[in-house]
Each structure stands twice: as C-alpha cells, then as structure tokens.
Design a protein around this ligand. Structure first.
Ligand code: GDP
Ligand code: MN
Length: 383
C-alpha cells in the first residue's frame, strides 16, 4: 500500500526522522491555519501519488496568508497526470544547500535489503541511474545483521555526500532503515534529503510503500486504508478478496498462483501482447472465485480477450470449468476466453466446457500456455 507524502512524513516522524514542520489540509481555510502554525514562508504541496509534482504546478512557495489562499485554491482540485488533488501538505519552507537521494528496498534476488544513496538527489533516481550510474552507491544489508552507524557513515562518504552533512545523513539512514524494517515497508525513500545552510539534514519528501503482508501487525494502518486510492477495477477485486493489479494492456489474465500469473504476463508480452491485469485466483479456487474473477475482468472496458491459465494442483479442473460455465450464465462477457487447463482433473474440466455447448466465438481451449497466449493476443488485436 502506497502512502501519500504527508502520511509518509508522519510515518517517518514515528521513527525520529526529521521532517519540516507542517500539516495536511483539504480546504483553503485549513491550509492558512496550518501555514500560520508552520511559520512563513511555507511550501504548499499537492498530495498525489505521482512524481514530478513540482513541474506540474503542484508545489508552490507562499510568503503570507494571501499567497497560501491563492496557491491552495489553485492546487486543490488540480489534475496531476490523471490524479485528482484532494489534499495538500503545507510545511515551513526550507533553505537548501544540497539535495541527496536515499532509499531502502528489498533485493529479492540477493535476499538482502538494499540501500541506494546518491549525492545527486532531487531528480528522479531513474534519471540519475541512466545518466550517471556511478553517482548512485548500492549497499546490500544482511537483514539479520542490520545496518550499523559506521556502515551508514561509510556509505555517505562513498556517495560523496558533503563532509559537513555526513553525520546528519548517516543518522537519518540508520533511522530510515529502522522505519523500513520495524515499520514493515516495501520501500522507504527520501528524495530529496536536504542539507541546510545551518548544517542540518532532513527529509523534504517521503515515499513509503507498506508491505500488505504485515498489515496484521499494524492496526494503525487502517487510517491509510481509508485514504488509499485504488482504481475502480482494483476496488471491485478487493470486495471479492482477489489478488488483482490493474495494468494498461488489453489481454485480461486469470491464473492460479502468483508465480504462474507472473509467467502468464511474461508469455503474453513475449508473443507481442499486453496484459490488462495481474490476477491470481490462488490455490484451491472454486467456481465462485472463478465467477468473481471473470466479473472483475469483464468490468475492465479495455479487455479484448481473456486468457485463463490454470495448472491444477490443489485447484481442480472441473471447479474451474464449472466457474466459467456459471459466470457465462450470470454475466455477458464482452471478450472471448482462451483457456489452457492442465493438471488435476483437467480432463473432466474440458469435458464440462465441451458439454456446456459454449460457442467457439466465446471460448477456445488450447493445450499449451504458449499457444493459448498466441490465440489470446491475436484475438485482442482483432485477428
Ligand atoms: P516531487 O518532485 O513530486 O518528488 O516533490 P518534492 O517534494 O521532492 O519537491 C520537488 C523539489 O521542490 C525539491 O527537489 C526541491 O528542489 C523543491 N522544494 C520542495 N520543498 C522545498 C522547500 O521547502 N524549499 C526549497 N528551497 N525547495 C523546495
Ligand atoms: Mn521528491
């Protein structure tokens, strides 16, 4: 679950990471109240989960209440790259000497945590990675051992952070690592981490993504859930407890198991198509789950074909087939289905589909994943 900047900053503050004094507002009047508390000059910042807000006009400096009114009025309700601004964060403006980048993520392949640190912050890290990859240092951290103050210090020196800022930056790195691990984050990023003329270092922006698998440990995350912005497809999927992620393509995907679902996306991509979603119906999925999955896929107007890829283990072929027949009876699917059904009781499943008398224009069965992917992509392209 991705947090907004203001939530990320509140999360940081719990771990002692310094941020600018400020507050959140969803009206112009409230913005002025917050600005008075934070102290002028202030920065008025659009709260949307997309980068490059500044360039889009979503970050403005205000020297007095009138300017806060002007900018808050303009920014609230603004559309930034398809994201509607419902809230703003107003904080005391900072003087900046230098801007750095720092983040912690999990490197699954290495089975370690990864620190990325750069003395060139303020710009998107992808841009730095492309233009000047040597300007980013990467440090793997053994999760059992953790990150020591000495290692954090060395990382800052290696990243060529201003010697005067090293102590402050290293201290924040240790706290950010605490936030990342104890706070159960998938990502904890500060960009920019600023070095001020008075010698201090603090976080000017916050990008935090929480690990949903740890939600059971964090009842306090409910407040983030309340403001979470899912697209309509994802909301519908959530009501059915489905593991669904909306994507941009036109081939709807249903698979059992996250690994198979991901491979299915890869194969669709490999044969020249684009997936409309990731959807894992899990092991042991029954007819009801399949019906729900098809309803969610059918809701997506971009979907031109539906690729159902099932390798039955715990999931049984005849249950999958029953679900498809049931779904076809309940909803008028806008796109044809291509199915690859293999594994436990696949034979029975295919038999059920055959005897249901579903026309070829609505459902095609293919024996392998690759053939099914080709057929689904061809249908999506209108061939
Ligand atoms: P993003 O572009 O959406 O990631 O928004 P950021 O919060 O990272 O802000 C973008 C840029 O605006 C920063 O890199 C700074 O250069 C500038 N900025 C933001 N807040 C302040 C501030 O308080 N003082 C100054 N001088 N610049 C700021
Ligand atoms: Mn930023």
């Amino acid at each position: 679950m991705d947090l907004f900047e203001y939530q990320g900053k509140q999360y940081f503050a719990r771990f002692g990471i310094a941020v600018s004094p400020g507050g959140v507002a969803d009206t112009v009047d409230q913005a002025v109240t917050v600005a008075e508390q934070a102290g002028y000059p202030v920065v008025v910042k659009a709260q949307v989960q997309v980068g490059g807000r500044g360039k889009a006009g979503g970050i403005k400096l205000a020297n007095n209440a009138d300017e806060v009114r002007l900018h808050a009025g303009n920014i609230l309700g603004m559309d930034i790259k398809g994201h509607l601004v419902k809230r703003i964060w107003v904080e005391h403006a900072s003087d900046i000497v230098e801007e750095y980048y720092a983040s912690f993520t999990l490197d699954r392949a290495a089975k370690k945590h990864l620190l990325m640190l750069s003395a060139q912050g303020g710009v998107e890290i992808e841009v730095t990675a492309e233009k000047d990859p040597d300007a980013i240092i990467m440090l793997h951290i053994d999760p059992v051992v953790g990150l020591s103050a000495a290692e954090a210090h060395k990382a800052c020196v290696d990243a060529k952070i201003n010697p005067k800022a090293v102590d402050g930056a290293a201290e924040i790195l240790v706290k950010l690592y605490e936030c990342f691990t104890k706070g159960d984050c998938d990502l904890a990023e500060i960009n920019p981490l600023i070095f001020r003329p008075d010698g201090g270092v603090h976080a000017l922006d916050a990008k935090v993504s929480l690990d949903n698998n740890a939600a059971f440990r964090h009842p306090e995350w409910d407040e983030y859930r309340a403001t979470e912005e899912l697209d309509e497809r994802e909301q519908l999927a959530r009501t059915h407890d489905l593991q669904y992620i909306g994507l941009e393509g036109n081939v709807g995907i249903i698979a059992n198991g996250a690994g198979l679902a991901m491979s299915t996306l890869d194969v669709v991509n490999q044969v020249g198509g684009k997936a409309a979603n990731f959807l894992d119906i899990g092991g042991g999925a029954n007819a009801d789950v399949m019906t729900a999955a098809l309803e969610v896929i059918n809701f997506d107007k971009d979907v031109k074909s539906i690729f159902i890829n099932i390798f039955g283990g715990i999931t049984r072929g005849e249950e999958v087939a029953k679900g498809i027949v049931q779904a076809l009876g309940r909803v008028e699917l806008r796109a044809p289905i291509v199915i690859r059904l293999d594994g436990t009781n696949a034979e029975e499943g295919r038999e059920i589909l055959k005897s249901a008398g579903i026309p070829e224009s609505k459902l095609i069965s293919k024996p392998t994943m690759l053939e099914a992917a080709r057929a689904a992509v061809a249908l999506a392209k209108g061939n």
